[in-house]
Design a protein around this ligand. Structure first.
Ligand code: GCO
Length: 492
């Protein structure tokens, strides 16, 4: 039999490949005052005038806390083998320390049980940014105590949920927590202090390492990893200053995390760059890097877009070289002396992020070469578009389907290149609170009608359902003969 564009093998994934969707507690749960939950830094920050688009907060969000059964049914309908969610620390320990709040834990027990009843593997993130406010008041991630409190919290969750969790993810995108939270101030707690961001970076990594130790002791056989928002960083031109700028951004965004986790050391150029910032790296104590580099079972990769950067002093030249205006100029970039630029003609999502699936191949193959062979999961990938409910009552989000289709091709290409990729989680199961962007940016496979809380699966939901149930990418809607899912055709 000759292979053809429509042959299933042409677009299929390895046997046992894990398909899922991702969410995070503060983005979907709402019910911020229910059952003894304490305040988190995101409650405080989102209520600060001007901090979020339209003054949106997570007070109600998707009301997932009160609609758990509906959402479990939604997951059943989707049919994916796994679901990634995060536990809200302030539900479990309302002040960030001390005894567990049984009502808070009970919610996650019901979630995990509900997933098992439906044959869905729980992938649990311990920390997706909702730090209990009292811990922030005592210094937050800039102080060591927060990492130690995280270890206690991890133990509480591990004791309660133990074996029932399939994948444990200590932290989600510590870069965002450290650098947006304490560096540029665009995220909670909204501080703008580079030395504090470096300290936060270290204590987050320490929390990760301590969390790994706790999980190994409490849950023998646990599969443990961390989700990083690593990205390929490209120089706008081959001018040495732009190349240097790209290297610095790569240090800040990627190597500040991958080097300590995989090699137990901080990159020399980063130690040097941040040497004059206080407290900065002075918070690193003997033995910390050993803890941070405890072996992990997998790396979680959150991928959205590759970044193109230029030296700040060369922003004019960059735009002369055909690039658009800087999109990533903030306190962190300013300190590094860089600007983010973009290709004006490139396709972009509603976040203004360039759509470039080849960047995912570059990233995964690069990580595999540098640190591999390391098992990896894509723990987030997805896109916001200007979705709307059409006159027929449906959301025809073809642009999201095309985005996902392109990135799934990139996964297959990466696997063919030898990357040990075990699974893929779409961000997100449903539209939700997109942090500083509020509810304005919709990433969901499911539309949320915020005034009523109604869930409406979009076209992409049904498309993804086909992917997860067949373990293969269906031909793109409307694709003509020979334009299907790959095969002998040139890669899309
Ligand atoms: C992040 C978070 C998610 C986001 C998603 C889209 O990467 O910022 O993990 O909570 O909502 O990535 O921006």
């Amino acid at each position: 039999m000759t292979s053809s564009a429509s042959s299933p093998a042409a677009s299929s994934f390895p046997h046992g490949f894990l398909w899922g969707t991702s969410t995070a507690s503060y983005q979907i749960e709402g019910a911020v005052g229910a059952d003894g939950r304490g305040p988190s830094i995101w409650d405080t920050f989102s209520h600060r005038p001007g901090a979020t688009h339209n003054g949106d907060t997570g007070d109600v969000a998707c009301d997932h806390y009160n609609r758990l059964d509906t959402d479990l049914e939604l997951l059943s309908e989707l049919g994916a083998g796994s679901y990634r969610f995060s536990v809200a620390w302030p539900r479990v320990q309302p002040t960030g320390k001390g005894p567990a709040n049984p009502a808070g834990l009970d919610f996650y027990k019901r979630l995990v049980d509900g997933l098992h009843q439906r044959d869905i593997l729980p992938a649990l993130t311990l920390y997706h940014w909702d730090l209990p406010q009292p811990l922030e008041d005592a210094g937050g991630w800039t102080v060591r105590d927060t990492a130690e409190r995280f270890a206690d919290y991890a133990a509480v969750v591990a004791d309660a949920l133990g074996e029932s969790v399939g994948l444990w993810i200590t932290l989600n995108e510590p870069w965002c927590s450290a650098w947006q939270g304490y560096g540029s101030g665009s995220h909670a707690p909204g501080r703008r202090d580079i030395g504090a961001a470096v300290a936060a970076n270290h204590h987050l990594l320490l929390a990760h390492g301590l969390g790994v130790d706790v999980l190994r002791t409490s849950v023998p056989g646990a599969q443990v990893g961390v989700s990083l928002n690593v990205a390929p960083i490209r120089a706008a031109t081959d001018h040495p200053d732009d190349v240097r700028a790209a290297r610095l951004v790569d240090g800040n965004q990627n190597r500040l995390f991958t080097e300590p986790v995989f090699r137990g050391r901080y990159p020399e150029d980063m130690l040097e760059h941040y040497a004059s910032h206080s407290p900065g790296f002075s918070v690193v104590a003997d033995g910390d890097l050993e803890v941070i580099s405890r072996p992990i079972d997998f790396l979680g990769v959150n991928f959205y877009f590759p970044q193109v950067v230029a030296a700040a002093a060369r922003r004019r030249e960059a735009s002369g070289a055909g690039f658009g205006i800087p999109v990533a100029y903030n306190h962190v970039a300013e300190d590094l002396g860089v600007v983010g630029v973009f290709h004006p003609e490139a396709d972009r999502t509603a976040m203004d992020w360039e759509i470039d699936p080849a960047g995912l191949v570059e990233l995964l193959v690069g990580l595999h070469r540098e640190y591999g062979p390391v098992p990896m999961y894509i723990t987030e990938n997805g896109a916001a578009f200007s979705d709307y409910v059409g006159p027929d009552g449906a959301v025809h989000d073809r642009d999201r389907i095309a985005y996902l289709d392109g990135h799934l091709s990139a996964l297959r290409e990466s696997i063919a290149a030898g990357v040990d990729l075990r699974g893929y989680f779409v961000w997100s199961l449903m539209d939700n609170f997109e942090w500083a962007h509020g509810y304005h940016k919709r990433f969901g496979l499911t539309w949320i009608d915020y005034p009523t809380g109604t869930r409406l699966p979009k076209d992409s939901f049904f498309w993804y359902r086909q992917v997860v149930t067949t373990n293969a990418v269906p031909p793109l809607l409307g694709a003509g003969p020979g334009e299907g899912a790959g095969g002998d055709e040139p890669p899309r």
